[in-house]
Design a protein around this ligand. Structure first.
Ligand code: UFG
Length: 358
């Protein structure tokens, strides 16, 4: 292990120790308290599902946090006391400037994130995701904020011939959502090359699970809900979850996806942040490196809830690839990150969160 990576590993072990209980522990780690307290991080989209977990974990680690969120899909009650909150959109330059006050880095989660909706409203996705990110980059430059972590997506790959998918796989998004994420990655590369930004884009696979904080659960709550695990947990005899396709070329006929716990995912953001030293843009996949079929996820849910999930078989959903599994060798090697929470824990946390929403 080279000297250069020692701090990253040190932080990694501290992170693993600090969040190994679902409830946020009170025991701050000195390492983070000392390192983090000097830094204020702007979290755009910090009232959303993943953004709010990031805010909670950053604050637990001693970072100061500012949140920029227009509460169009986020939840204002998710923003903890102690975070500086600017209610506003990334489409508004003044709001961004205000939110950036005193910040040294940005975690950029704000954006529209539903594949189906993106096909219906491509202009909205282009505007919020691409123009919003452009605004952020311009204002970061004007404030001399040089560090950025961007929430990208496996949707940038589109249909793939080969699994697991490495970061070198071709990017050919099949929907406007994936296309906007790829466009933002390209803007970031340009900003790094021309203006010395230091950035990491993280391509998420299927994010699941929840975090329990002292104020309640931070969990997936979309309206309408399109994601598999929340839909399984909502399933009832009257409204059974629909399984989109049982004739896929997989071992049980249902689609296979790579699920990653939201806490593990956010830890990767912190490691990515700590890795930002030189100008340049790095891209990493975030998944678990293994896949589960829809039926396997239902079985995991049955185990967590002690009930049998009612489901009905439906025709395939348009645009769904059969299998998406991340190759996570690069992020393991370069950031020292590895997910430690499996599918059973993701489903169990998601289930517990549904029993106690804010
Ligand atoms: N599915 C069902 N029934 C449902 C919901 C989903 O059978 O009610 C199936 C889907 O067909 C798919 C799997 O469960 O095979 C997972 O579907 P999700 O909608 O939960 O997630 P996606 O794989 O479609 O998309 C997710 C994120 C995207 C991201 C993508 C990258 O939502 O933002 O992963 O892998 F781009």
């Amino acid at each position: 292990m080279g000297r250069r990576f020692e701090p990253v590993w040190a932080h990694f072990y501290a992170i693993v120790r600090s969040v190994d209980k679902p409830n946020l522990p009170n025991n701050f780690h000195v390492l983070f308290k000392q390192g983090g307290s000097k830094l204020r991080i702007l979290v755009t989209g910090g009232a959303g599902y993943i953004g709010s977990v990031a805010v909670a974990l950053l604050m637990e680690k001693g970072y100061q946090v500012a949140v920029l969120d227009d509460i169009s899909t986020g939840h204002i009650e998710s923003i903890p006391e102690g975070a500086r909150f600017v209610r506003g959109s990334v489409l508004d330059q003044d709001n961004i400037l205000n939110a950036l006050e005193g910040c040294t880095a940005v975690l950029h989660f704000a954006g529209k994130s539903l594949v189906g909706e993106s096909a219906e409203k491509p202009d909205l996705y282009q505007d919020v995701n691409v123009n919003g990110s452009k605004n952020l980059l311009v204002q970061m430059r004007s404030k001399n904020v040089k560090k950025l972590i961007f929430s990208s997506s496996a949707a940038t790959y589109g249909e793939v011939d080969l699994n697991p998918i490495s970061e070198n796989s071709k990017t050919s998004p099949t929907n406007p959502y994936g296309s906007t994420k790829l466009q933002v990655e390209e803007l970031i590369s340009k900003e790094c090359a021309e203006h010395g930004l230091s950035a990491v884009s993280l391509r998420y696979f299927n994010v699941a699970g929840a975090l329990k904080t002292q104020n309640g659960w931070l969990a997936e709550k979309h309206d309408p809900e399109t994601h598999l695990i929340p839909n399984i947990l909502k399933s009832s005899e009257e409204n059974p979850v629909r399984v989109f396709g049982t004739d896929w070329p997989t071992y049980d006929g249902t689609c296979i996806r790579d699920y990653v716990h939201v806490i593990d995912l956010v830890e990767a953001h912190v490691l990515a942040l700590l890795s930002l030293v030189e100008p340049g843009h790095k891209i990493y996949n975030l998944g678990s490196g293994r896949g589960y079929s829809v039926k396997e996820v239902i079985a995991a849910s049955d185990k967590a809830t002690g009930k049998s999930t009612p489901y009905v078989s439906e025709v395939r959903r348009s645009g769904d690839p059969a299998i998406l599994i991340a190759d996570i060798a690069k992020v393991k090697r370069e950031l020292g990150w590895a997910p430690i929470r499996g599918i059973q824990e993701m489903v169990a946390d998601a289930y517990r969160s549904t029993e106690a929403f804010f």
